[in-house]
Design a protein around this ligand. Structure first.
Ligand SMILES: Nc1ncnc2c1ncn2[C@@H]1O[C@H](COP(=O)(O)OP(=O)(O)O)[C@@H](O)[C@H]1O
Ligand SMILES: [Mg+2]
Length: 250
């Protein structure tokens, strides 16, 4: 177990900007370092795992159990995370099918921070797929506050611009260090005028191209599989660069 350098990456941005897809691909690429990675899927309005992962058995575990446990312990975390059959280095904590924000007792920000502190001790890297709706999702807001790096995803559409204009004032407090976010323009299609959006988001460091096979992976619940086609080369290279910037070299 390493306990130095950067460990916690929050992936945040406008809705449909590719937060979940990118968080999964980053977590997967990190697990190739043969270090333990925990992927946290924060969305409690539309639980993510049932829409991205085909499981042999019904998933009966939940992030909700962890956040509402009397004490968050290593045992509680391990009991509630899913380890992928094909990848022993990658575990996932998320809400299960059918749950909603009322499924568990309310928790506070300190609770969420306790979870992150403990995770720093039990895994090497944590990737947090945040909700866009910060006002309703305490763990996502806590992640933006305590993560070592925040990846901020926007897409080439006016809704994305509108989202940031509204939400950025909510995280203007210095504890969020919003000016340090690593900005990414996501699923950019060839016909899109990405330059215009780069200007609108000012200071974009990375661009993740639209990849057809990736969209197919989304539709077939295969995001935890590798992308093997040539069309994904540029995408994979960008993921590697982001990992290098967020966590340093291996
Ligand atoms: N790089 C990409 N290439 C192709 N499609 C993508 C890419 N990133 C995201 N998508 C598409 O966008 C949709 C929304 O992505 P998702 O990660 O669920 O967004 P978010 O979590 O931000 O709401 C996906 O279902 C997928 O179809
Ligand atoms: Mg999502």
């Amino acid at each position: 177990m390493q306990n130095k350098g950067k460990q916690l990456l929050a992936v945040w941005g406008s809705s449909n900007s590719g937060k979940t897809v990118t968080a999964i691909k980053l977590a997967k690429a990190l697990s190739n370092r043969k270090k333990n990675v925990m992927l946290i899927l924060c969305d409690d309005i539309c639980p993510v795992l049932p829409s991205v992962y085909k499981s042999k058995d019904t998933v009966e575990i939940s992030l909700g159990e962890v956040l509402s446990a009397p004490n968050i312990t290593q045992e509680v975390i391990l009991r509630n995370c899913l380890t992928l059959d094909k990848n022993p280095y990658l575990s996932v904590l998320g809400y299960k099918a059918g749950e909603n924000p009322f499924s568990y007792a309310e928790y506070n920000k300190e609770r969420a921070i306790d979870l992150f502190v403990l995770l720093r001790h039990i895994v090497d890297y944590v990737v947090i797929d945040c909700s866009s709706i910060l006002t309703e999702n305490i763990i996502s807001t806590a992640a933006l506050e305590v993560a070592d790096e925040v990846l901020r995803l926007g897409s080439c559409d006016l809704k994305s611009i509108s989202y940031f204009k509204s939400i950025l004032p909510l995280i203007s407090d210095s504890k969020f260090d919003a000016e340090k976010h690593l900005k990414v323009l996501s699923h950019v299609r060839q016909f899109q005028n990405s330059e215009e959006y780069r200007n609108a988001f000012s200071g974009v460091s990375y661009s993740l191209p639209y990849v057809r096979s990736l969209e197919e992976q989304c539709e077939t619940l295969a995001l935890f599989e590798d992308l093997t086609d040539k069309g994904a080369t540029e995408y994979e290279a960008a993921i590697k660069e982001i990992i290098k910037e967020a966590f340093g070299d291996e």
